[in-house]
Design a protein around this ligand. Sequence first.
Ligand code: MG
Length: 399
Amino acid sequence: MKIVDLKVTSVTIPMEAPLRWSMGIETGTTRGIVEVHTDEGIIGIGETYGGNGIEHAIATAKPFVLGLDPLDTGVLMHRLNVFCIGYETAVPAVVRAGIEMACLDAAGKALNLPVYKLLGGKTRDFIPFGAYLFYRYKDATGKIGGEADVKSMVERTKQLVRDHGFQSIKFKGGVYHPYEEFKVLMALREEFPDFPLRWDPNAAWSVEMSIRIAHKLMASGVDLEWLEDPTANLEGMSQVRQAVSIPLATNMCLVAWEQLAPGIRLRSVDVILSDLHFWGGFRQNQKMIAVAEAFQLGIGMHSDRELGISTAGMLHLAAASPYMTHDVDSHYHDQVDDIITEPFVYKNGGFDVPNGPGLGVTLDPEKVEKYHRAYLEQGAVNEFYDPYRPNWIPALPLF
Ligand code: MG
């Protein structure tokens, strides 16, 4: 079986209400639907970020992909990794990930095997996710969102737990002064005393502020699963880590293969959040997780507004990763729609691992067309600009 064509289609799907974070807002998600066509008529689907830059990167990768057997993902990644050394922007890791995903989907369909079989088999059937809690602006109707204080944030969490069955919480901060957000955290702990609880300000704090907040947390006795990226870069995180005893996690300072050795040497973090896209695909995540296991670092999984194809990929990777003991992140409950025929539905705060061939999900062509039109009309979502705060400059640290 040989690859005869490689395509990408950008789509934009809105959020129910704008999500706030340290660097701006997320009004939706722009994703690239990757297709690998084979000479046997099988089409493998993958997903990555969308937009002009991604479409250009797919075109750059195309000559290196055509003619390959989709099962030869090791050869594929070796070819595309040429671009990693000094030319990361040519075919970024996120694009390599989307192509590898489509190849494994095609291979799984050809062999009538789910992707997790190609990754070593599944060690569990069900993957638990956390309640990803954001401060939100109101939607256009004024009826949804608008959480901005302790009471509304706790109510929103209760709603997420009630609707989807989540059993852990991730609180996205970095929006208000950390002392204000601390009150939300304490209220969440009181309302959900047994839930694993994370706080993620996306590097909004200086090293000094991070240490002060961590001391406040320790003095309060609140039991945090982790503090996620309180401050920027490996050196800053290492300084915080040496000063406090709260576990630190990251999806910002240790997100690429070349950051792994220095991050471990500096003891910058306790938990690495895997990411199917940032790390460049399934195989690269499996390699990273093996290194983390050797050095006794914990493993979670990051989310950046995936649709159903990548969500399926995350489930296959999590199922094949017994060392990943933390609940997975997802924006899925905030996104209004999907481009697969049977969108995932939360059951007890998680999803069953798909068992069909390949990724086990099917594209809905009408939805792809609808949201591709939305992309053409609106362009890519820009999460680094907050129109509600036009003078806001997301230069970190903010506090
Ligand atoms: Mg994070």
